[in-house]
Design a protein around this ligand. Structure first.
Ligand code: NAP
Length: 327
């Protein structure tokens, strides 16, 4: 039997989710947040509660913290602020929804069912991996999708590391890693980077960086004792292969929005991001369902923009609920 109806349920616990909760709570909407479950599956996927910021270290560009703040601390503080205004939090994932019913129906991984007049989806996005078996074997033992989280670890210091990808993230990660590693080898599948020109210039100017063009990683090499010791590369223009010695492989090959549970329920774009149906509004294809943060934004992807759209989603939800006479 489903509990509810809630006025608003918020799914997700990054800057978008907590900002939506702070605004909804202060508007007396008594929000209920599903912050995600603490499971091994979510750890491996990078979808634990508190989102991607919980996987970073220093955040230097979030306004209000001139000395910087640690990503996990920033998220804990946002959560505490939401709770202070009465937000209720459930540490579980939403795995199924029915947005064709009113009130909307939601089900959690542990089997809890709730109904809600309005829903704010703020489930964010997760880093992509290549999908190799050997990559899986060495996850967190040299294979990482977050240079800022792991780059300063002793295993990478003064040793060569590989970065896979050709976008701004790959360049940013390579430049960051060049501070610690003896050498950074960027492996890109084409002969041109996708990254912006200024980022490319910085990359090419860094003496520690080498780019391996037209190559893909086909195997991560290593052993139980040392973790990653190298990668096997294959050319994308002929069949030649080579082995590059390295202590780590950092993936920067894009992100996937966490929208699997929304397929068939909301309009998503070709990459799976939720589509905002009006400019400067967080409205989705279903009236009463709003989206905030990286789950609907593959472009800006910043903590502060996620927080901004979280605020917008709460205001949009509040106005919509009031227009419908539901609050
Ligand atoms: P992206 O621009 O989509 O780049 C992903 C890169 O990974 C591409 O070079 C792509 O190769 C490669 N790739 C994808 N799948 C691959 C696979 N299976 N095997 C090998 N390579 C693969 O992603 P992003 O770099 O994360 O950037 C996302 C957005 O955030 C962009 O709009 C970017 O400008 C922005 N961003 C900005 C900054 C900044 O300005 N400081 C920093 C980070 C991100 P192809 O090029 O061949 O497709």
């Amino acid at each position: 039997m489903a509990e509810g109806p809630e006025k608003v349920v918020i799914i997700g616990s990054g800057p978008a989710g907590w900002t939506a909760a702070i605004y909804a709570a202060r508007a007396n909407l008594d929000p209920l947040v599903f912050e995600g479950a603490i499971t091994e599956e979510n750890r491996i996927k990078g979808t634990l509660p508190l989102g991607q910021l919980a996987l970073t270290t220093e955040v230097e560009n979030y306004p209000g913290f001139p000395e910087g703040i640690q990503g996990p601390e920033l998220m804990e503080r946002c959560r505490a602020q939401a709770v202070r205004f009465g937000t209720r939090v459930i540490t579980d994932d939403i795995v199924a929804v029915d947005f064709s019913r009113r009130p909307f129906w939601l089900k959690s991984r542990e089997g809890k069912e709730v109904t809600a007049h309005a829903v704010i989806v703020a489930t964010g996005a997760r880093a992509n991996y290549l999908g190799l078996e050997s990559e899986e074997r060495f996850r967190n033992r040299g294979v990482s999708a977050c240079a800022v989280c792991d780059g300063a670890l002793p295993r990478f210091r003064n040793r060569p590391v590989v970065v896979v990808g050709g976008g701004d993230s790959a360049v940013e990660e390579a430049l960051y890693l060049a501070k610690f590693a003896s050498k950074v080898i960027v492996v890109h599948r084409r002969d041109k980077l996708r990254a912006s020109k200024i980022m490319q210039q910085r990359l090419f100017a860094n003496p520690k960086v080498e780019v391996k063009w037209n190559r893909i990683v086909v195997e991560v090499l290593g052993n139980d004792e040392q973790g990653v010791t190298g990668v096997r590369l294959k050319s994308t223009v002929d069949d030649t292969e080579e082995i590059v010695e390295c202590s780590g492989m950092f993936l920067a090959i894009g992100h996937t929005p966490n929208t699997d549970f929304l397929r068939g329920q909301l309009e998503l774009d070709e990459k799976g991001y939720i589509v905002w149906k009006e400019p400067f509004r967080t409205v989705t294809s279903v009236e009463g369902v709003f989206a905030a943060g990286d789950v609907a934004d593959s472009y800006y992807r910043q903590a502060v923009t996620a927080a901004g759209t979280g605020c917008m989603a709460a205001l949009d939800a509040e106005r919509w609920l009031s227009e419908q006479g539901l609050v």
